[in-house]
Design a protein around this ligand. Structure first.
Ligand SMILES: Nc1nc2c(ncn2[C@@H]2O[C@H](COP(=O)(O)OP(=O)(O)OP(=O)(O)O)[C@@H](O)[C@H]2O)c(=O)[nH]1
Length: 407
């Protein structure tokens, strides 16, 4: 009686969450993050338990064969859903149908040649192996493809390992005690159903949490980046800098303002699209020239900024010169092939600043240097003028030669 109530509740949980997964996936147009597959996984397991309730106990019937196949097809659907969540475009229907056909035939063969105990033991054994493989993959994910979801992945691995152990115990019990081990009200079966109910209650909200985390991360990323160049926008730069200066390892940073020379002429002569291609090229060169960990952004039409972290003024001047020379020397291929275009940039470099609130003043300082560079003929690197009392940026490393030109 207790077992029947537990399995009934389990069915209700599985089928309700299947409907919820499906409804949420319908709202996620295009990128469903595997939720539609998870809905199928829940539905298959829910139906398997409905069949078990109808059937009552172990039997050799079409219903029992379907029940076993649905029970194992469910983790397959979950596996494929997880692959979808991590961005692999795997199909669902064909692998499920192939699995169902192969496992149904295996059941008939095993029942025929080894008897009913072997068929039930096969279900528990294959389940244990599948869950072991899943738990192993999740642990592997913690170190590779899911590093950002450390806590969640460890939690999933522990839950999956639990169901793996229970299936392994069931496998041993079946081999040693026969079908009596499957009596619904037997102690072990009660523990099994309680654990399954626990999983069916805890796993779906955890999956929804994962999807929510990914969605909010993507939204935050969208709000922080310039859609054309994928560099940070002003807001993204501020947030990233805040994060950097909040860390105890933070040391002063320098700001570089980079402006494409005579960009209006490029637009006027070659068209707006060619102008966009040039901007993307400059963004790419900027991104590849700075060090890992430095920040790069686009803050206006043809104006870029780089924040060099943990570097002295000489190092930053060298980097700025490398950037200037790289852009001058690399031709930009226009869309459609054929035409190659050359462009140059002028770079203004600020003295060091500390704290996210210092960014605005450092950018003004670098901007002033940039415009001095423009006035002096463009395609050059200019260091900000030395400190005056009352200026917002602290400049302890201001060299005696206040302006350095690299051309
Ligand atoms: N293609 C393209 N052009 C842009 C974009 N944003 C701004 N612009 C253009 O960039 C040009 C900027 O021109 P100016 O500010 O006069 O500067 P400039 O021609 O580069 O001259 P200097 O900076 O003095 O060397 C304007 O013509 C804008 O219309 C964009 O996203 N794409």
């Amino acid at each position: 009686m207790v077992a029947t109530i537990l399995v009934g509740m389990l069915c209700a949980h599985l089928l309700c969450f299947a409907a919820m997964f499906l409804l949420i996936s319908k709202r996620l147009h295009g990128k469903k993050m595997g939720l539609d597959f998870f809905a199928v996984g829940n539905l298959l397991l829910g139906l398997a338990y409905v069949l078990q309730l109808v059937e009552g106990g172990p039997a050799w019937s079409v219903m029992s064969v379907v029940n076993h196949t649905l029970t194992l097809a469910s983790p397959v659907a979950f596996w494929l859903g997880a692959m979808r969540f991590f961005g692999r475009p795997v199909p669902l229907l064909r692998p499920l149908l192939v699995f169902a056909a192969v496992y149904s035939m295996a059941q008939v063969l095993v029942q025929w040649s080894l008897g009913p105990v072997a068929r039930y033991a096969m279900l528990s054994g294959v389940s244990a192996l599948m869950f072991l493989l899943m738990a192993g993959t999740v642990v592997y994910g913690v170190r590779t493809f899911a590093k950002d979801l450390y806590g969640e992945m460890v939690f999933f691995a522990a839950l999956i390992f639990g169901i793996c152990v229970l299936n392994a115990v069931k496998f041993v019990k079946l081999l040693s005690g026969g079908l009596a081990a499957l009596q619904m009200d037997a102690d072990f079966q009660l523990v099994f159903y309680i654990y399954m109910s626990f999983l069916a209650t805890v796993l779906p909200p955890s999956i929804i949490w994962l999807v929510l985390r990914r969605l909010t991360d993507e939204l935050r990323n969208l709000a922080a980046r310039d859609p054309m160049t994928q560099l940070l926008n002003r807001r993204g730069l501020n947030d990233a800098l805040q994060l950097y200066f909040n860390s105890r390892k933070a040391v002063p940073a320098h700001a570089l303002m980079v402006d494409v020379d005579h960009f209006k002429r490029i637009n006027d002569r070659y068209g707006h699209q060619a102008g966009d291609t040039v901007l993307c090229h400059v963004a790419q060169v900027l991104h590849h020239t700075v060090r890992r960990g430095d920040l790069t952004g686009r803050i206006g039409g043809e104006e870029f900024v780089a924040i060099c972290l943990d570097s002295d003024v000489d190092g930053v001047m060298q980097l700025a010169e490398r950037l200037r020379a790289a852009i001058e020397s690399q031709a930009v291929a226009m869309a459609g092939g054929g035409q190659m275009l050359h462009c140059t940039v002028t770079v203004g470099v600020s003295h060091h600043f500390m704290g996210a609130q210092g960014l605005e003043a450092a950018m003004q300082e670098a901007d002033a240097a940039l415009y001095r560079g423009k006035a002096a003929g463009r395609n050059r690197v200019e260091l900000a003028a030395c400190a005056q009392n009352g200026l917002p940026v602290q400049r302890t490393d201001c060299p005696s030669d206040t302006t350095k030109t690299a051309m």
